[in-house]
Design a protein. Structure first.
Length: 95
């Protein structure tokens, strides 16, 4: 089942995001089977302010557990994380 995770950074957390980003990217690569699409939200100046991920997990509990293992989550980067079930209808996605 697919889930979309909408993650908003805490205000003023740009440096934390940049510091943790290398380990986050490695985490993404290590979970490529479950993380189908991922990337940052940007503000009008092009600064990273959050993340969006599409996950392929058994259920929402598994999706939440996967997200909790993300180095960004462990570092306390996010002010909020919203996880929603999602159905893929159109477009390409790695499977």
């Amino acid at each position: 089942m697919h889930f979309v995770a909408l993650c908003a950074d805490k205000p003023g957390a740009v440096q934390l995001r940049l510091d943790v980003r290398p380990s986050h990217v490695e985490w993404l690569k290590g979970h490529a089977e479950q993380v189908k699409i991922a990337g940052p939200f940007l503000d009008t100046a092009g600064q990273m302010i959050g993340s969006m991920l599409i996950l392929d997990c058994f259920d929402e509990t598994a999706a939440q557990a996967l997200l909790a293992s993300d180095p960004y989550a462990k570092a306390g980067l996010f002010a909020s994380v919203d996880v929603r079930p999602w159905r893929w209808v159109v477009g390409e996605m790695k499977v």
